[in-house]
Ligand binder design. Structure first.
Ligand code: AMP
Ligand code: DBH
Length: 562
């Protein structure tokens, strides 16, 4: 049994194999390829702990045996939510070794998102952190967390593996895992799992930022994902001297694969796990572990730049800071070299596939002002106007793409797939971009109904749908508003009585289990919402209004005498 996904056309797949992009190797080879002396090098540094490649291989083998003993089989799926700790990677590799297909939810996802994923994949197992607020038991310890109950009710989930919060050495580390129903963890020392990986099939589901109301899952195969990792390592010139700071959420496509933790493993370097991306935590880790690479979103970079001016920490080991996930302003980009004493690489990627990098030897203008160019010679990019015609050189249009690591269809989403793919298999990312004469892309906007809150994507319709369930709300329109630090924050325009309290609306959204970052930053109560000529809500005019407000505020602030 295998999990179905939309395949590439046969002749395209044959071409990608012939070109050596797809090698029918499992993703787990990024670890298992390190044998002999190389396996003794550190792979993951987490708190005081040091996991060598041999440890990652052995521990993920043993965990895979534990899953197999509990009946996990190829073609099963798994729901995972773990914080940035070494165990995230151990569980990921263990599930792959079982041929099981995981969804790695972000640690700040709520019950709303987890249940939405679970309903789509109907997981055979879940792996969750015992201390997560969604899971934590009540003080009396008599009743399981509400998420476990909800997962049981909605998808009949029975097997839940819980990870405790203790920092255990690699030798002891599996002692932190326990089945929620107290079944024994059959993770015997020295055990190897039954071979179960089909390297020609699906590896895992990546998460889409979404713009349609329901969180979408992106099937990623061993072949396409491993190619994206290999090519990223090549373009970024990673080698075994790399010490990579995993500061953004570990499951994020950027942190996992661009080149991310998997790229660092492939190259034989070490991944340093950070519990949060803030400068206090990260600067200490950079100093302690002589970190050379970090991947950040723009608002985090701004915090780092600010703190870099006053820290006593030694940041001299930093060679490259990669920034992606949301548009980086040129003004901030320009300060990286001077403040952090390292080079900048802009990364414009998507969990759906296509990743663009500025190259390390690009000229300063390109690195500061563009979001880079596709990493593969076989990435095909079209920039089209709304009628589907190529725009004139240098003009902005919608980005359509296909290639050796860009997916061909969201999981179980035929209707949506019909809208975002054309007949030739090109995917419309919903980004508005222009192309420089050198082929670099500049992101200038977006056509999808989404808010990009400093790299965290918010599906406007999803929040509107939940808001519409509140008795006081007759209609909701959620749009982006400009923000100096985050780039964008979210604002909800509501047809609702003006005495409705934002705090009550926030409580309502939280109670529905929506992730905190999706709660609107601002609520505006209106008696009427502007309409377009065809009678749809005119979100552009709402965005324009917020932009005018922001410009006004800046004008007022700058006209105040100092
Ligand atoms: P996701 O669907 O969560 O994988 O998010 C991918 C989206 O993030 C892209 O389609 C862009 O809208 C946005 N994005 C990623 N990197 C950048 C970047 N460097 N500059 C501007 N937008 C970006
Ligand atoms: O935002 C993203 O999804 C993203 C950003 C940078 C990404 O998926 C990536 C690099 O691979």
């Amino acid at each position: 049994m295998s999990v179905p996904y939309t395949p590439w056309p046969q002749e395209t797949a044959a071409l990608y194999r012939a070109k050596g992009y797809w090698r029918d190797e499992p993703l787990t080879s990024v670890i298992s390829r390190h044998t002999g002396k190389a396996a003794l090098a550190p792979a993951i540094l987490c708190g005081e702990r040091r996991f060598r490649y041999a440890d990652v291989e052995r521990l993920s083998d043993r965990l895979a045996c534990a899953f197999q003993a509990r009946g996990l089989r190829p073609g099963d799926t798994a729901l995972v939510q773990l914080p940035n700790r070494a165990e995230f990677h151990l569980v990921f590799f263990a599930l792959l070794k079982c041929g099981a297909v995981p969804v790695n939810a972000l640690n700040n996802h709520g019950a709303f998102e987890l249940l939405a994923y679970a309903r789509q994949i109907e997981p055979r197992v879940a792996v969750l952190a015992r201390s997560h607020p969604l899971v934590a038991e009540d003080p009396a310890g008599e009743r399981p967390g509400s998420l476990l109950a909800a997962l049981g009710e909605s998808v009949g989930l029975e097997r839940v593996l819980l990870l405790d919060g203790a920092e255990r050495t690699p030798e002891e580390c599996l002692g932190g895992f326990a089945w929620a129903d107290d079944a024994p963890l059959a993770a015997t020392e020295g055990a190897t799992p039954d071979p179960a990986i089909d390297p020609t099939g699906l590896a895992f589901f990546q998460l889409s930022g979404g713009s349609t109301g329901t969180p979408k899952l992106i099937p990623r195969t061993h072949n396409d994902y491993l190619y994206s990792v290999r090519q990223s390592v090549e373009v970024c010139g990673l080698d075994s001297s790399c010490r990579f700071l995993c500061a953004l959420p570990a499951p994020h496509n950027f942190t996992l694969s661009s080149p991310g933790a998997l790229g660092v493993f492939l190259a034989g370097g070490a991944v340093v796990m950070a519990g949060d991306p803030g400068p206090a935590t990260c600067f200490a880790l950079i100093e302690a572990h002589r970190v050379t690479w970090a991947a950040l979103v723009p608002p985090v970079l701004s915090l780092w730049l600010e703190e870099a001016g006053r820290t006593d920490r030694d940041l001299s080991s930093l060679e490259i800071v990669q920034v992606g996930g949301a548009k980086l302003s040129a003004a901030v980009a320009e300060r990286v070299a001077e403040r952090l004493g390292c080079r900048l690489q802009q990364v414009f990627g998507m969990a759906e596939g296509l990743v663009n990098y500025t190259r390390l030897d690009d000229d300063d203008w390109t690195i500061v002002n563009t979001q880079g160019r596709p990493m593969s010679a076989d990435d095909e990019v079209r920039i089209l106007d709304p009628a589907g015609h190529p725009v004139a050189p240098g003009e902005a249009g919608e980005l359509w793409t296909r290639g050796p690591y860009t997916f061909r269809g969201y999981y179980k989403a035929d209707l949506h797939n019909a809208r975002v793919f054309d007949a030739d298999g090109f995917y419309c990312s919903g980004d508005l971009v222009s192309r420089t004469p050198d082929g670099n892309l500049i992101v200038c906007g977006r056509s999808k109904d989404q808010i990009n809150r400093g790299g965290e994507k918010i599906d406007a319709q999803e929040v509107e749908d939940v808001l519409a369930g509140h008795p006081a709300v007759r209609h909701a329109a959620v749009v982006a508003m400009p923000d100096p630090l985050m780039g964008e924050r979210s604002c909800a325009f509501l047809l609702a009585p003006s005495d409705t309290r934002p705090s009550e609306l926030r409580r309502f959204l939280r109670e529905r289990g929506l992730a905190d970052y999706k709660l609107p930053d601002r609520f505006v109560f209106v008696t009427e919402l502007p309409k377009t000529a065809v009678g749809k809500i005119d979100k552009q005019s709402l965005r324009d209004r917020l932009k005018r407000d922001a410009a006004q505020t800046i004008a007022e602030q700058t006209s105040v005498p100092a």
